[in-house]
Design a binder for this molecule. Structure first.
Ligand code: EPU
Length: 417
């Protein structure tokens, strides 16, 4: 079994370059299949979720050439095959293929998508959008069979601004007949990135990044070249690490506005963050103040940074509160943090963190991607050595995490145990 061994308490200095956004890449890669042509995507992060998508592309007959950070995707031989459960259950984003195949072939069979086990994660909003656009859906256990005689533009009022449902609705609507309006759409930068790529391919999408997205369907799309935006969650994770251990640590290739809620909170805590056009410097402080956070849809505090931020709060002086409003099971890092010496109390969807508490190394488990990031941060600040197991979760979303941290002075390696 592979594990991460970390020797804590090393100051970090130098520069960490942020990769392309995982949650953009996992939407844009399937969306390229909307065109009957060749698309080049650059800044694709080398993470396991992308590996699973590459396997799915190949399974569907798509020609993929992967070079460092780029995908050349030729869809000429795309086949409409039922994606086997062992591929669809690897990650949430597999259901973007459901949307693409429905849009292209008006028929699709696919199993319920996978993803981190951080809550129930229903897909009712996606199914509602598909139905409003004209799909008939049969559910047979976890298998969905969808057919449409025609896909016709519609008004799609989402019950909540779901990222996945907004992306799925856009994907189907761009090839549907007539006009679609998505109301209460998610505002995340990854949705803007998707719309930017699709518009370059010939789609007619307006309003991405606002709560009302309008789409006029077109008959076909062509290939394009597109650079994926930087990963705001990776940027946030390393900025949090810098707040704890940074010696004027540079976080490079970022969009500062995408992580403003985080940097505002860090400044409120007394962390020294110096923000420039597409990079920032962050310095650790001896004393940081406790603060409260509540996770919310973009541009609120991102749920994906909640667990990494909790590790930072264990070092803040005073009592902090964390309210998680998006997922009901995103506190699985807490028992391990408490085992390492923190004082965190869980009640319903709220954490009360009393600090600061010195953490000490030990044996912990990455139960999901961002819990893994939280525990890695804990290991980096702990006294002694920490072993983190189940690191596959961590490798699903952070490109070259060992190399990036080693380069700035961390003592971290992957070992067989
Ligand atoms: N929801 C429903 N019904 C739906 C869809 C969503 O009730 O049909 C609920 C969910 O249960 C959740 C909330 O709405 O409580 C938000 O879900 P959303 O659909 O917005 O999330 P997602 O598309 O499944 C993406 C990211 C997540 C990130 C969330 C929120 C991808 C592949 N995943 O998930 O990323 O937490 O948006 O920002 O883009 C991660 O990277 O660690 C991760 C989990």
């Amino acid at each position: 079994m592979k594990a991460l061994k970390v020797i804590g308490n090393q100051k970090l200095t130098g520069s960490i370059r942020i990769s392309g956004a995982k949650n953009s890449a996992v939407a844009l890669i399937p969306a390229t299949l909307l065109s009957n042509g060749t698309t080049t995507l650059c800044n694709i992060p080398d993470v396991r979720d992308v590996d699973f998508l590459e396997q799915t592309l190949k399974y569907l007959g798509v020609d993929v050439k992967r070079a460092s950070g780029s995908f050349l995707i030729n869809t000429r031989n795309l086949k409409n095959l039922a994606i086997p459960e062992e591929l669809s259950n690897k990650l949430r984003a597999s259901y973007y293929f459901m949307a693409v195949l429905l849009a292209r072939f008006k028929h699709v069979e696919m199993y319920f998508p996978g993803g981190c086990e951080i809550g129930a994660r229903p897909i009712d909003q996606t199914l509602k959008a598909f139905k409003l656009l004209g799909a008939k859906i049969e559910e047979d256990g976890c298998l969905f069979k969808m057919n449409a005689e025609k896909l016709i533009g519609a008004t799609i009022p989402l019950d909540m601004p779901s990222v996945g449902a907004t992306i799925n609705a856009i994907i189907v609507a761009v090839l549907a007949e007539g006009k679609t309006e998505i109301l209460n759409a998610a505002l995340e930068p990854e949705i803007v990135d998707l719309a930017d790529m699709l518009n370059k391919m010939g789609a007619k999408i307006e309003g991405a990044g606002t709560s009302k997205i309008s789409i006029v369907g077109v008959k076909e799309l062509h290939g394009t070249n597109h650079d994926i935006i930087p990963d705001r969650i990776e940027a946030g994770t390393y900025t949090i690490i810098g707040a704890l251990l940074g010696n004027y640590l540079k976080i490079d290739n970022i969009v500062p506005s995408h992580i403003k809620t985080l940097t505002d909170k860090l400044i409120e805590m007394g962390v020294n963050v110096e923000i420039h056009d597409d990079y920032l410097f962050v310095d650790s402080q001896d004393k940081i103040k406790a603060v409260d956070i509540k996770t919310q849809e973009y541009p609120g505090f991102p749920t994906d940074l909640q667990q990494p931020f909790v590790t930072l709060l264990t070092q803040a002086k005073g009592v902090s509160h964390v309210i998680e409003t998006i997922y009901e099971n995103r506190f699985m890092n807490v028992p391990y943090l408490n085992q390492m010496g923190s004082n965190i109390h869980v009640k319903d969807n709220t954490l009360t963190i009393t600090g600061p508490n010195k953490l000490k190394g030990g044996l912990v488990k990455a139960t999901d991607l961002r819990a893994g990031a939280s525990l890695l941060i804990a290991a980096l600040i702990a006294d002694g050595e920490t072993t983190i197991t189940e690191i596959n979760h961590l490798l699903r979303g952070y490109e070259e995490i060992v190399e990036k941290l080693t380069n700035v002075g961390a003592k971290i390696e992957i070992k067989e145990i």
